[in-house]
Design a protein around this ligand. Structure first.
Ligand SMILES: *[C@@H]1O[C@H](CO)[C@@H](O)[C@H](O)[C@H]1NC(C)=O
Ligand SMILES: *[C@@H]1O[C@H](CO)[C@@H](O)[C@H](O)[C@H]1NC(C)=O
Ligand SMILES: *[C@@H]1O[C@H](CO)[C@@H](O)[C@H](O)[C@H]1NC(C)=O
Ligand SMILES: *[C@@H]1O[C@H](CO)[C@@H](O)[C@H](O)[C@H]1NC(C)=O
Ligand SMILES: *[C@@H]1O[C@H](CO)[C@@H](O)[C@H](O)[C@H]1NC(C)=O
Length: 495
C-alpha cells in the first residue's frame, strides 16, 4: 500500500500504521466507510455529497475535539461512489476511529438494511422531545408518500415535526376519565418525562456525533435504525395510583398507528402479565400484527424474579435488558484495599481521606433503620453524615435518589452496595455526588471493616471509560425473566 495504510473497520482485516510512524506522528490514513448512502428522491446531488463530507468532519471532529481540526486533517473526502476520507492523523486517533462503531462498512447486515431507511417506527410511550438532535432530519428525503399520520400540535404550537420525526399524537382521554378534567398542558405529544425520548431514540435515533454523558463515553450516539422515520404516540402521563399509561389510551394509539402506516411499533410499557383479553397491549398488538406491523415490547424491569416477564403474547417480540461492552470503573479505596465499582458521577472528591460510614449508623432520630439503610430522602442525620462518604443499600427508591439523600444531609460521597438479590450486577449511574456502585460481596467486605469506636478513612475515585470489556453482553439482573406465566409453551426471556 505504499506510504498509506488502510483502516477497514467493523469488518474484515485491519492493517495499521505507517512503517516508521512514531507515537504522536501524523501520517496519512484512509478511513474506508463502504458505499455512500443512496440519494433520496428530491435531494440535490451536491447537497447529498456535502452532507456525506460533513459526516466525515463530524466523525473525525468528535475525536479531535473540533470541526476545524478535522477540516485541517482531512485532505480527501470520498463522497460519490466510495464513502470515506483520507486524513493526516496520529495512531491514537486512528485507533479511536477503528473502535468507534458509528459507521459500518457496506458488507455488514446493518448497512445492507440501509440503517433502517424506508422504515417507519412508531413508539407508544411518554411522547417525544422534538428538539433532540437524534430527531434532526439532515439529509433525509421527503416524508414517505403512504404516511397518513399527523403532527398533533393544535394546542402546543412549540411542538414541531420534520422529515425524521414525521408524526406525533397524544391520547389522554383514558387518563382523564380516571383522574378528572385535564388542562391544556396535557394536550401535547411533548415528552416531559424523558422515557419516550430515550426509547424512541434507542429504536430510531439518527447519528449524533460528539455525544457524551457529562463527558463520559464520548462518541457517536445512534439508534438501532438511524435512517428510519419515527412517530411518537404519547399514552403515558404523570403516575397516579401506581399507573401512568391507561389501556383505553394505549388501544386508541394502536388503532391510530395502524392506519397512519407505521411498519414497526416499539412499546416499552407493561404491567403484570395477565390474560390476553384483559391486556390492552396484547389486543392492540394483535391487530397491528394482523396488519403486517412488527410489535416489539419490553420484558420489564422486575427481575431477577422468575416469571416476572410481561408482554408475553405469542405475536409480540419481547425483549429483555442486557449490558454493553463498556464500563465506567470508579474505585473505593481504604487502608490497603481497593474495590472496583461503576459510576458516571460528573463530580469528584478533593484529594484526601474521608470517613466511610454506614447509613444505618447515620440514621435520623425520626427515621426507621430500614429507611436509613436504603437512604431515603430525610432519613439521615446531618450531624452524623457531615463530611463523610455514606454506604447506602440498593433497593426500593431510585439509586440516584440515595445519593441525593446523602448530599442533602451534608455527605461528600456515596458507596452504593447491592443487596443479596441484586448480587454482582452493578450499574453506572449519573450520581449527583462522587459515588460508586459495588457488588454485594464487595459491600460485605467493606462493611466488615466498619467497627464500633473506630473510623475507616477512604476515597472514591473519579470514573474512567473502558471499552471492549468482556464478558458482554450479559442479561441485566433487573431484566424481567421467564417463564411465560400466561402461555408457558411459548418461551419468553429465558436464561
Ligand atoms: C464536542 O463537545 C465538546 C463538549 O461539549 C465541545 O467543547 C466541542 O466543541 C464539541 N466538538 C465538536 C466537533 O462538535
Ligand atoms: C395544569 O394541571 C397541572 C396538574 O393538575 C398543574 O400542575 C398545572 O399547574 C396546571 N397548569 C395550568 C396552566 O393551569
Ligand atoms: C493491610 O494493612 C494491614 C494494617 O492496616 C496490615 O496488617 C496488612 O498486612 C496489610 N495487608 C497487605 C496485603 O498489605
Ligand atoms: C425528620 O425530620 C427532619 C427535620 O425536621 C425532616 O426534614 C425529615 O423529613 C424527617 N424525616 C422523616 C423520615 O420523617
Ligand atoms: C459539619 O462540619 C463542619 C466542620 O467540619 C462544621 O462547621 C459544621 O457545623 C458541621 N455541620 C453539621 C450539620 O454538623
Amino acid at each position: 500500500m505504499g506510504k498509506y495504510t488502510v483502516l477497514l473497520f467493523a469488518f474484515l482485516t485491519f492493517s495499521l500504521l505507517h512503517e516508521n510512524a512514531i507515537a504522536g506522528d501524523k501520517v496519512p490514513y484512509i478511513v474506508y466507510l463502504g458505499e455512500p448512502p443512496s440519494v433520496e428522491a428530491g435531494i440535490d446531488l451536491l447537497l447529498h455529497r456535502t452532507t456525506i463530507a460533513n459526516s466525515h468532519f463530524k466523525l473525525l471532529g468528535s475525536i479531535l475535539g473540533t470541526l476545524q481540526a478535522a477540516q485541517d486533517a482531512i485532505f480527501y473526502s470520498y463522497t460519490k461512489n466510495i464513502n470515506g476520507f483520507a486524513a493526516k492523523i496520529d495512531k491514537e486517533t486512528a485507533d479511536k476511529i477503528s473502535k468507534s462503531d458509528g459507521y459500518v462498512g457496506s458488507n455488514s447486515l446493518w448497512s445492507k438494511a440501509g440503517y433502517g431507511k424506508d422504515t417507519i417506527i412508531g413508539n407508544l410511550d411518554t411522547g417525544v422531545w422534538p428538539e433532540s438532535e437524534s430527531f434532526a432530519d439532515d439529509g433525509m428525503g421527503d416524508v414517505p408518500s403512504g404516511w397518513k399520520g399527523i403532527c398533533q400540535n393544535d394546542v402546543d404550537t412549540t411542538f414541531t415535526c420534520n422529515k425524521k420525526l414525521i408524526g406525533a399524537r397524544y391520547f389522554n382521554k383514558g387518563y382523564e376519565a380516571y383522574v378528572g378534567p385535564l388542562n391544556s398542558t396535557f394536550r401535547t405529544p411533548r415528552d416531559k418525562d424523558g422515557h419516550g425520548t430515550h426509547t424512541l431514540s434507542t429504536a430510531g435515533g439518527a447519528f449524533v456525533a460528539n455525544a457524551s454523558l457529562f463527558g463520559h463515553g464520548n462518541g457517536i450516539a445512534k439508534g438501532g435504525s438511524p435512517h428510519a422515520r419515527v412517530a411518537a404516540y404519547k399514552v403515558c402521563w404523570p403516575p397516579v395510583d401506581g399507573g401512568e399509561c391507561f389501556d383505553a389510551d394505549i388501544l386508541a394509539a394502536f388503532d391510530a398507528a395502524i392506519s397512519d402506516g407505521v411498519n414497526v411499533l416499539s412499546v416499552s410499557l407493561g404491567g403484570d402479565p395477565v390474560d390476553y383479553f384483559n391486556d390492552g397491549i396484547a389486543i392492540g398488538s394483535f391487530h397491528a400484527v394482523k396488519n403486517g406491523i412488527k410489535v416489539v415490547c419490553s420484558a420489564g424491569n422486575s427481575g431477577p424474579t422468575a416469571g416476572s416477564v410481561s408482554n408475553v403474547a405469542p405475536w409480540i417480540f419481547t425483549v429483555g435488558a442486557s449490558t454493553m461492552d463498556r464500563e465506567f470503573p470508579a474505585y473505593v479505596s481504604f487502608g490497603n484495599t481497593s474495590l472496583k465499582g461503576q459510576s458516571l458521577s460528573s463530580t469528584s472528591l478533593a484529594e484526601g481521606k474521608y470517613p466511610i460510614i454506614s447509613s444505618i449508623d447515620a440514621k435520623a432520630a425520626n427515621a426507621s433503620a430500614h429507611d436509613a439503610q436504603l437512604c431515603f430522602i430525610g432519613s439521615l442525620d446531618p450531624a452524623k453524615v457531615n463530611g463523610s462518604i455514606v454506604i447506602c443499600t440498593r433497593g426500593t427508591n431510585a439509586r440516584v435518589e440515595k445519593g441525593e439523600a446523602v448530599l442533602q444531609a451534608g455527605g461528600v460521597g456515596m458507596i452504593l452496595i447491592n443487596s443479596a438479590s441484586t448480587g454482582n450486577e452493578i450499574i453506572a449511574d449519573a450520581h449527583v455526588l462522587p459515588a460508586t456502585h459495588i457488588t454485594y460481596s464487595d459491600g460485605e467486605t467493606l462493611l466488615s471493616y466498619l467497627k464500633p469506636n473506630s473510623m475507616v478513612l477512604g476515597y472514591v475515585t473519579k470514573p474512567e471509560t473502558v471499552l471492549n470489556t468482556k464478558p458482554a453482553p450479559f442479561m441485566a439482573a433487573f431484566s424481567s425473566q421467564g417463564p411465560n406465566t400466561v402461555t408457558p409453551d411459548i418461551l419468553k426471556v429465558s436464561v
